[in-house]
Ligand binder design. Structure first.
Ligand code: ADP
Length: 493
């Protein structure tokens, strides 16, 4: 097997800072790569919210002053280091006080608005990564970038560092986790990022629909690109609904575009060992799962009833996740024999409507608007059914977590959901969940109703649960695929 030096760069990494699935991936994939004996180091911004004492961040003398210049403005970054918890992976935290010493990560938590200088924040961070590597005298074979926040790295490497001996053998991989986040800014921001005028002319690399678009540039400059499931890699070149306008650009790079399914970190998401759940269980002691359901019902003011299926959702409250289907279908949903718990953040309008419904159906609908790791785990363990009616889903992690917890997923057949959840077929007895194709309330209810109809038949239900619990989506499989991807990137000129 090949051994690579990999610099893995992400804007969020669990457990230091997490707003979504990217943070989980940016923890688990590096750990899996390290287990495959790769020389991997992580780099991320040092946000104010990262607890230096808890994670034992140490100063790095060589990184006391990292000069980072863009346009005519030089800023000074400083670097600290720590280990990724429970691993031997080194993480470098790059701190530029005027850009990262803030309450929020991407947005001001009070107003909910993105920071207006996000382009500069992540451009300086991206350039700081390259300068840091030089100060460390550590020449990576691969710089693995994620999302628009680090999409400038391939561009800087291929332009400003093109003749720099240090990076002669370094190649870039850009992973696209979600095409609906593109890093769009006004065109006049470009010079501040050292993006020349000709690259933001209409149709040029960094211009898209009259705006500066950092992800577009990243897609065009990275040596190899990938998305986080095979199905999503197909979907994004096939229609504007999934490609968000990038279909043609991505088609142009089809030879270098791959799909690799995210994995699950079973050291965190496993009902046998889960530190957050009151009753631990596995496929052999599945009856104990009910203990978690009882606690979940109690906490939410529901009467516990073994015969009433409990439906869970853990999700960002955004259009992508199909919240409008749930809201439009809520009256019908509530007429079914079920209880439902939704944990989510974001979407003020969605929150208002959900709250209204929860007031109306106190005994069977509970909503929580916070980011709560413990409750997320308890829902996975305590619910009978996990609902993900996503409009699109690049990979999705919760459906895979649900499988391991014997919580049967009901999902829309798209992206990673389509790659992981197979519709239960009563004829053959095969399948690990229930799926629907049309993005409509009726299709969602039809799939849910099929689940509800099977639920009372404990024998068949357990068969579906166990099919899910047996599935192995551990990272080691995906990590090996990433090694192949790195090989491909290294063959690029
Ligand atoms: P996305 O990255 O689009 O949000 P994923 O399914 O890939 O979706 O990953 C979401 C991750 O964030 C999962 O680990 C999920 O448990 C977690 N999560 C989402 N919302 C919350 C919340 N309100 N509280 C706790 N965890 C959450």
């Amino acid at each position: 097997m090949n051994h690579f030096k990999i610099c893995y760069v992400a804007s969020e990494v669990a457990p230091f800072v997490k707003t979504g699935g990217l943070a989980d991936v940016a923890y688990a994939l590096p750990v899996a790569l390290k287990e495959l004996e790769q020389d991997i180091r992580l780099m991320m911004p040092k946000y104010r919210t990262i607890n230096e004492r808890k994670f034992v961040l140490r100063d790095v003398i060589r990184l006391r002053e990292v000069k980072v210049s863009l346009d005519d403005l030089t800023r000074t970054a400083s670097g600290k280091t720590a280990f990724l918890p429970n691993s031997k992976v080194h993480v470098y935290f790059l701190f530029i006080p005027e850009l990262f010493d803030r309450k929020g990560i991407y947005a001001d938590p009070e107003s909910g608005q993105d920071y207006p200088d996000n382009a500069e924040r992540f451009a300086y961070f991206s350039k700081a990564v390259l300068e840091t590597l030089k100060l460390l005298y550590w020449q990576p074979d691969i710089i693995h970038c994620h999302e628009w926040q680090t999409a400038l790295i391939p561009f800087y490497l291929k332009t400003y560092y093109q003749t720099d001996e240090f990076f002669q053998n370094t190649r870039t991989v850009l992973t696209l986790h979600n095409l609906s986040y593109q890093g769009r800014f006004p065109l006049d921001v470009a010079p501040k990022l050292d993006i020349p005028q000709e690259l933001v002319a209409p149709g040029a690399a960094f211009e898209f629909q009259g705006e500066l678009n950092l992800l577009k540039g990243g897609i065009l400059y990275a040596d190899v690109i990938n998305t986080v499931s095979e199905r999503y890699a197909e979907e994004i070149v096939s229609s504007p609904e999934y490609g968000f306008g990038f279909e043609t650009i991505l088609k142009g790079r089809k030879r270098d575009l791959y799909g690799i399914l995210n994995g699950v970190d079973y050291s965190v998401w496993n009902p046998e060992t889960d530190k957050y759940i009151p009753v631990k269980y596995d496929a052999k002691t599945l009856e104990k799962k009910a203990g978690n359901k009882k606690v979940l019902c109690e906490q939410n003011g529901f009467a516990y009833d073994e015969a009433v299926p409990l439906v869970g959702m853990v999700t960002r409250l955004i259009e992508q996740k199909g919240i409008d289907l749930v809201l439009d279908g809520m009256d019908k949903l509530m007429r079914r024999n079920l209880q439902m718990i939704i944990l989510g953040t974001g979407g003020a309008e969605y929150r208002k409507s959900l709250e209204k419904w929860a007031r109306k159906y106190k005994k069977k609908l509970a909503v929580h608007f916070k980011f709560d790791e413990r409750l997320a785990h308890l829902i996975e363990a305590g619910a009978d059914i996990f609902l993900m009616p996503s409009r699109f889903e690049p990979c999705g992690l919760n459906q895979m977590y649900s499988l391991r917890y014997g919580t049967v997923p009901v999902v829309r057949e798209t992206g990673g959901l389509a790659d992981t959840i197979k519709d239960f077929d009563p004829e053959t007895g095969k399948g690990n969940g229930f799926t629907f194709i049309d993005y409509s309330v009726s299709a969602m209810l039809e799939a849910l109703d099929r689940a509800l109809a099977v639920f009372p038949d404990k024998k068949i239900w357990q068969k579906i649960q166990k099919a899910g619990m047996r599935a192995d989506f551990s990272w080691s499989t995906s990590a090996k695929k990433y090694l192949k991807l790195y090989e491909k990137a290294l063959k690029k000129k």
